[in-house]
Design a protein around this ligand. Structure first.
Ligand code: FES
Length: 76
C-alpha cells in the first residue's frame, strides 16, 4: 500500500467528501476508486464538511479519528 508517514493538508470547502483510507488513490486525500480496482478491502471515509477550513487528513492509515490526522503517524 502507498500510505505515507504524514497527513495531507487541504483547504476544504463545504460539501460531501470521500477520503481515501486505502492509501492507493492518485488523488489524495480523495478516493479515486483505486480501492476497488486493487481489491484493497477498504472503502472511502465519507465526511460532510460544513465550513471552509484547512484540515489534515490521515495518510498513514492508523488515525483514531478518521478521516483526520490525530498524530499517530509520529509514533510509528
Ligand atoms: S482509492 Fe483509497 S479508499 Fe478509494
Amino acid at each position: 500500500m502507498a500510505y505515507q508517514n504524514s497527513p495531507t493538508i487541504v483547504s476544504e470547502t463545504p460539501g460531501t467528501k470521500h477520503y481515501c483510507t486505502c492509501g492507493e488513490s492518485a488523488n489524495k486525500p480523495y478516493c479515486d476508486g483505486s480501492h476497488s480496482r486493487l481489491n484493497t478491502g477498504k472503502s472511502p471515509k465519507m465526511y460532510e464538511v460544513t465550513d471552509s477550513r484547512r484540515v489534515a487528513i490521515c495518510d498513514c492509515g492508523h488515525t483514531g479519528k478518521s478521516p483526520f490526522c490525530d498524530g499517530t503517524h509520529s509514533t510509528l
